[in-house]
Ligand binder design. Structure first.
Ligand SMILES: Nc1nc2c(c(=O)[nH]1)N[C@H]1C(S)=C(S)[C@@H](COP(=O)(O)O)O[C@H]1N2
Ligand SMILES: [Mo]
Length: 312
């Protein structure tokens, strides 16, 4: 990210968000303070509705979140183009209602559920997670969502279920990238069932306390903070429980470059670049990348006995 952005970041909704939280925590504060906050809020409030009933999660990092502006304007979402500015530029009018999610395969009761009904099943949490893209940049994002494990438990997998396969929406009329053969459409991803059951795996419906912007994967996307960003499949319409490792878009595209696991691993380079360090968006100097993106204490046990150079 450009160095000069730091000063600008000070006036983005990030600082606003944190200040407002501080303000609420302090009680009312002085009237002068209240009026100042309200004025800034009017100047830079986004249009997206605020999510209510969101509880805080003990899984959040204390690191400073990346400014809202960066989180929502620097994305990979090839359905809207391959440039990182494309999703914010072209996803604005994408329709996220009506929307259904189909739950299929090895579960007690396969069913198709409207997104708002699905949301009524869970209490939303805010989870501030470090996110690491395979392209060696990273962000800290205050997601709002519910644990994937809660959904899996509710769907009651059969003993044959060993993997969970996710599918993004296929709608070339709304997604210009799908009219080109950039990737094999629709985008697909997968997790092993025990990965999907891990408490850090999240299904996100919002960020920064608001409804998820389209470019970030509205209305429903996966967040797996110990894996590279491409595992975080957006605009999910299908979740299928299967007995065999499902295909994933990037490993199908370039099997020598992208594996099924995609765990963040500074010791295993991408064939074309190093994974040892990363640029946190908004910072100038690179920082070292941590095994499992810093979540090793929580997740490393999932891979005991596996050769992580082979299973990248
Ligand atoms: N459907 C879909 N999901 C996707 C992608 C995509 O092209 N299509 N790109 C992935 C990649 S490579 C990254 S880094 C993240 C980036 O979005 P985020 O900043 O909102 O997490 O989305 C992931 N999910
Ligand atoms: Mo990525």
């Amino acid at each position: 990210m450009r160095r000069g952005d730091k000063a600008q970041a000070e006036v983005t909704p990030l600082s606003l968000y944190l200040r407002r939280r501080e303000f609420l925590a302090l009680g009312a504060g002085s009237m002068v303070g209240a009026r100042a906050v309200a004025r800034v809020a009017l100047a830079s409030e986004t249009e997206l509705p605020r999510l209510t009933g969101v509880r805080n999660s003990p899984y959040s990092t204390e690191e400073e979140p990346t400014p809202y502006k960066d989180v929502t304007s620097y994305n990979n979402y090839y359905e809207f183009g391959t440039d990182k500015a494309d999703p914010a530029a072209h996803a604005g009018s994408f329709r996220t209602r009506p929307w259904t999610v189909a739950f299929e395969g090895e579960i007690a009761k396969p069913q198709t559920v409207a997104i708002d009904e699905l949301l009524s099943w869970f209490t939303l949490e805010e989870r501030v997670y470090r996110m690491r893209c395979v392209e060696a940049w990273s962000m800290v994002i205050p997601w709002v969502g519910f644990p994937l494990a809660d959904l899996v438990k509710r769907l009651a997998p059969t003993p044959k279920a060993e993997y969970v396969a996710f599918t993004s929406v296929f709608d070339p009329s709304q997604m210009p990238g799908q009219r080109r053969g950039t990737l094999n459409w629709p985008y697909v991803e997968g997790l092993r069932l025990d990965e999907a059951m891990h408490p850090l795996a999240l299904l996100a419906v919002g960020l920064y306390g608001r409804v998820l912007p389209n470019q970030n994967g509205a209305p429903l996307r996966l967040v797996v903070p110990w894996k590279y960003g491409f595992k975080g499949i957006k605009a999910i319409t299908k979740v299928r429980f299967v007995s065999k490792e499902p295909p994933t878009t990037w490993s199908r595209m370039a099997p020598s470059e992208y594996g099924f696991y995609a765990n963040v691993n500074p010791a295993v380079d991408h064939p074309r670049w190093s994974q040892a360090r990363e640029r946190r968006i908004g910072e100038f100097f690179k920082r070292p990348t941590l095994p499992f993106n810093g979540y090793a204490d929580q997740v490393a046990h999932l891979y005991d006995g596996m050769d992580l150079r082979r299973h990248y």
